[in-house]
Structure formats: C-alpha cells, structure tokens
Design a protein around this ligand. Structure first.
Ligand code: SF4
Length: 643
C-alpha cells in the first residue's frame, strides 16, 4: 500500500522535514499490523501544483495535516488528487478543522474522514482496517463520511503517553516506547540539508528552525487556544533518557540552529531544570555557546523553576531575547479568557527583567474578548514598565478553540472575518505581506467595536516603533525614573495621534481604511500604495520631528516629565534612517548604557553622545524592526563620544 503523509508549512515557519510523516510512519512501524506491506512517502514544502506532479503512483491512502498556514495548499491538493486518483481516500487532521461544523469539507468528495485529536492511534487503525477491507466506524477520533455528513466518532482518540515518562497512571492513553526523531535521525538530517541548505530562501528565518517537544498537553484551557487538541489535557513527558538523546542529536548535528522548544509549559516539572542543564552542557560540548537561538514557552505558575531555567540558559544561548507570555495585564480580561497566570509585576521580579531589560520580550494578545482599546494600551504600557520589550500578537480564532463554539460566539457577540493575509506587524520580522494562510480573526465583540479594533492594530504598531525601536524609549525611561508610568507618557501622545488626522504627516483615516479593506474586502493587511502603513509612519516620523512641529509638540506633551527630555528625544529620533546616512553629536548630561539596559542615564557633567543614522533603503523597516529583538543593534547606533 502506498501511503502519502503531507503537511507543508505546518507552522509559521518550516521545520525543513515533515514531523507528521516520520511520527506516523514510526507509530505504524511499531503498532500497525502490516508495516512490510506499506510504502510511506511525503512531499516537501511546495505548492499543491508542484506536489501533485510528484505523486506518480496512486496512493492507497492520503493523510493530510491542515493548518492555518497551509489550508489553501491542502484544499487545492485534495482537488488535484481527486482528479488524478479519484479512488484514493483522503483523511484530514489538524487544527484547521472545525468539528463544531465540519460541513464545508463535504464538498470534497474524496475526503473520507476527519481525524480529531492526536493522530497516532486513529491513523494506525485506518491503515490496518483499509488493508483488511473493513469499515472505519469504530476508529476512535475519526469522523467518517457517510453520504452527506460526517459521523461523530463513538470514542475520542486515545492520547499518547511515553513508557517510563511522567504522565497519568490511568485513563485513555496509549503508551509508546519509541522516539521518532532518534529512529529517523539520518533521514531527518538529510531532509534538512535538502530542504534548507539547498533552498534557504524558502525559510522565513536565516537559521535552521527546529521544533522539539519534551511534553505533550496543557492543563489550562485559554478560550482562544487549541493546541492540536491538547488544551485541558494531562501533561505527558518523555522519559529523561529520550529527552537527553534527542537533544544530543539536535545540538550535535544542526548548526545555525533556531531551537523552538514546543512544550506549552516548560518548567512545569522540576525535571525540566535538568533538561535545561543538559541543553547548556550540550552547547558547551559542541562549541555552540552564544550561537543558538532558543525559544521557550514557559510554565505559567512555576516561576521558581522557570527562573532557574533562565539562569542556566542565559550564559549559553544567543542574545535573542526570551519571550514571556502575559497576553493581558487586565485581570478582568484574563478571567474572560480563562487564563491562569501571575501578574506582570510578579513575573518581572522573579525573572529579574529590570536588571536584564532588553533580554526579554513579552507577548500580549491584541483584541481579546473582554478588552477595550484602553485596556490593551494599558497592557502594553505595563509591559514597558516591567522593563520588557513588547510583542503584540493579534488574537486568532482556531476553529477548535472555545472561542469558536456557537455558545461563545453568541454570548460574546463575536464578529469574525477570514483572511488569507497574515497580520503583518513589526514584531514578526517577515513583515512583507503574505497570502498563503487562512486565518480567522474577531473584529468586534461585546467589549470592543470594529473601530476600537482598528485603532488597537494601528496604535500597537506606532508604539512598537516609538518604544520598541527606541525612538521615544530613552525619553520614556527617564520619565519612569521621575515616577511617571509608560501609560502617563504614551496616553497623551496616542490621544493626539488618534485625534489629529495629519499629525505625523500620515493620514490616519487612510490607514484605518487600509485595515478595513483587510477585514472586509480580502485585501492585504494595512497596505497603502504597495507598502505597509508602518513603513509610511517610519518615514514620516523623521520628517515630522525635524522639519515640522512634532518635536515641539512632544515637548509640550511630555517635556515636564524630566528635565532632559529634549536631548533624550533627540537621541532616539536621530537613530531613524535618513535619506543620506549621517553621524551626529548631542551634548547633554546623559550617557548611553549598553545592552542589556540600552538606556540613557543621567550624568553629573556634560557628555557627548554619538548617534549614527543609517541611510534609508528598501529594507529599512526590517532593520528597525530587528531592534526589538536584537538590542545590540542599538549599541551600534548610540555611543558615548570617545576622543
Ligand atoms: S494558551 Fe498556552 S496555557 Fe493557554 S491553553 Fe493554550 S497552550 Fe495552554
């Protein structure tokens, strides 16, 4: 039997190998009945048109993983398979299936079933049963097509737990003893070489992105989340031997690594500290200290463990900041989204954020149910006050999340839209507008209007430029030293920006319209004359500051917050790219303190600060965006004069 497993662009970046393919094939090898009779294959990260060309023999079964980033590709591929191999049954799994209403998939006649939850057990049974010519009604987790409907399965798919790992003692779990990574190590490395090394432009990163999980499941149930069917489930951890051998394989073999540790709550177990120590040891052993990007989603309520992990990994990882997930600092919003987490101030102290300043950025979700424009603004300002960089992530609605249930939609008066264009923010360095996705967003609900939503998206970008990219951040931090909060500082600036149509030389109503077009007319996000509005803002800020009245206006608004506000604003605005690169000197009682603090400190005597403004070019916005994550860039732009 030819079995094809394909799930291109499963996440917002590509892993350069198909985890689905290796996982399901390995599961079948261990627990299926007819491995010798099966011939498994997959396809690379390519378009549906290219993929169908590569399928030259009729598959007996096709398994496809459907995710927001590949939905259009997968559905096109379903059509092409239907034309080329009309008798081949297709089974879909993945987060993009709305099990509240799977009817949209019925029109694809060759989709034989939809798999809900973890796929290992259902996929194995599907292969066995089709091999034996049996029907599929008993397969757990499988919505089988019957005529013009999909039948709800009698039983959910059992979840995977690991032999000798940490996990539930009883309940409906299927114990596995293999590591698909270790069993397929050579093939996976070959795939990475072929898919990344020979074609690096396909990746959004300039590094080899590798995601890895030490656990599955999440005990929490945030309403906006569905994590592969894994929310509200018991956490199951691999055995320590497997964790250590898998990590050895990764850190030994993959250079220029972006290591994404995919656990929903790393640090939830004290054993995760051992894992962190093992990672640190491996980085030293393979001479990779300071060279590997590490991204981790930390546990929400185990701050002592997490603080230990941060201390262990800080000396060995690259300067890429840690990301902390806070989502909102408003307790009412957190209650509304059923989010369990400690307050930002508590987290800030535990992780010593103020001492490490730019080594952290904090994820906040934009436009969550329960929020308002002002609550979101307050959240961003609280994050600034805690000493962290901000990373705003617009709320999406995964089809399997609680937010997409008919009850939630009714109660919250949720109004959604679907876009093929990702929301491009300067946090996500791929700010160029892309249309390979299909993502559901909420543009209004009972706590905010569409106009609020649009303002949230615009002002978030403005603040990321002003504060995240260090244009007004130096001044804001001085104001903080005098007891003013970031909210005190930014609120009047934001009010003026929203009220004064042309204050910064950009027409805010034109920006609003560009976002409305994205919501209601299927246009790219925030595009004006072929560029994203943030780029216009960036260009206009310099002009408005030095040639128009912006400097005086800002002094009028915040000048009273610190006596050195004017030179601090000058330093920040001088870092902006200008038509011709230029180095300027600014004399003030201020000195620049390098990363990780990246701030201006008051001095007793006058000092000369040197600011290097680079020449504006096509990718200037990307360069400015990079400042959010790489504070050493600021060290290259601002320095104290050394004769
Ligand atoms: S957002 Fe994170 S903590 Fe909340 S349910 Fe999802 S995985 Fe769990």
């Amino acid at each position: 039997m030819n079995i094809l497993v394909w799930s291109p662009t499963t996440g917002w970046d590509t892993a350069n190998f198909s985890a689905h393919y290796y996982l399901f094939r390995t599961q079948y090898k261990h627990y299926g009945k007819y491995f010798q009779d099966t011939n498994w294959s997959t396809i690379g990260d390519i378009s549906a048109e290219e993929a169908i060309e590569q399928v030259t023999e009729a598959p007996a079964i096709v398994f496809l993983g459907i995710y927001p980033w590949n939905k259009n590709i997968i559905l096109d591929f379903v059509k092409y398979i239907g034309i080329k191999y009309p008798n081949t049954p297709i089974f879909l799994g993945g987060v993009e299936i709305n099990f509240h209403d799977p009817r949209p998939f019925l029109e694809y006649k060759n989709i034989a079933g939809l798999v809900k939850g973890e796929g290992e057990v259902p996929l194995t049974q599907i292969v066995d049963k089709l091999h034996d010519g049996q029907d599929l009604y008993d397969v757990p987790g499988l919505y089988v097509r019957e005529g013009q409907s999909f039948l709800t399965p009698k039983k959910e798919a059992p979840r995977i737990k690991f032999k000798d790992g940490i996990g539930p003692k009883d309940g409906d779990f299927f114990e596995v003893k293999y590591s698909y990574l270790l069993e397929n190590a050579d093939d996976i490395l070959q795939d990475i070489r072929r898919n990344y090394d020979e074609n690096p432009k396909k990746a959004r990163h300039t590094r080899r992105y590798f995601f890895w999980e030490g656990t599955r499941g999440c005990p929490y149930g945030c309403v906006y989340c569905d994590w592969g069917g894994g929310v509200n489930t018991k956490v199951r951890r691999k055995p320590q031997w497997m964790i250590e051998q898998e990590l050895e394989f990764i850190f030994k073999n993959i250079e220029d690594l972006y290591f994404h540790l995919f656990d929903a709550n790393f640090g939830i177990f004290p054993q995760d500290i051992t894992t962190a120590q093992h990672i640190a040891d491996l980085l030293r052993k393979y001479d990779r200290v300071g060279k590997v990007h590490i991204s981790i989603t930390f546990a929400k309520n185990n701050q002592d463990n997490v603080a230990r992990i941060i201390d262990i990994l800080n000396p060995v990882k690259s300067p890429m900041p840690w990301s902390l997930d806070i989502q909102s600092t408003d307790q009412g919003v957190l209650d509304d989204i059923k989010r369990t987490q400690m307050p930002m101030s508590f987290i800030g102290e535990k992780y010593k954020i103020k001492e490490n300043q730019s080594k952290f950025y904090t994820n906040a979700m934009l436009a969550l149910p329960g929020t308002t424009f002002d609550k979101d603004l307050k959240t961003w300002c609280d994050i600034f006050d805690a000493g962290s960089q901000l990373s705003g992530y617009i709320t999406t609605i995964p089809p399997q999340s609680e937010m997409y249930t008919p009850e939630f939609i009714k109660e919250w008066q949720v109004k959604t839209f679907v876009t093929t264009y990702e929301h491009a923010t300067i946090n996500h360095l791929n700010y160029r507008l892309q249309n390979n996705a299909e993502i559901i967003h909420m543009h209004s609900c009972k706590s905010f209007t569409t106009e609020d939503y649009i303002n949230i998206l615009i002002v978030h970008e403005l603040l990321q430029l002003l504060d995240g990219a260090y244009i007004t951040k130096f001044a804001r931090k001085l104001a903080n030293n005098n007891g003013y909060t970031a909210y005190d500082f930014y609120k009047p600036i934001v009010d003026r920006f929203l009220a004064d149509d042309n204050w910064l030389g950009v027409d805010i109503n034109e920006i609003r319209q560009s976002i409305r077009d994205w919501i209601f007319d299927g246009k790219p996000f925030g595009e004006i004359n072929g560029v994203i509005f943030t780029e216009l803002l960036l260009k206009k800020l310099t002009v408005s500051y030095f040639l128009k009245n912006l400097k005086n206006d800002l002094i009028d608004i915040v000048g009273g917050m610190h006596k050195l506000m004017a030179p601090a604003l000058d330093v920040g605005f001088r870092t902006l790219p200008v038509p011709k690169g230029k180095t300027v000197s600014i004399n003030a009682n201020l000195a620049y303190s390098k990363s990780p603090s990246c701030e201006l400190v008051e001095t007793a005597t006058e000092n000369t600060l040197t600011v290097v403004a680079e020449a504006f070019y096509r990718d200037s916005l990307l360069d400015v965006a990079n400042r959010l994550a790489l504070p050493t860039i600021i060290d290259n732009l601002v320095s104290n004069y050394r004769p």
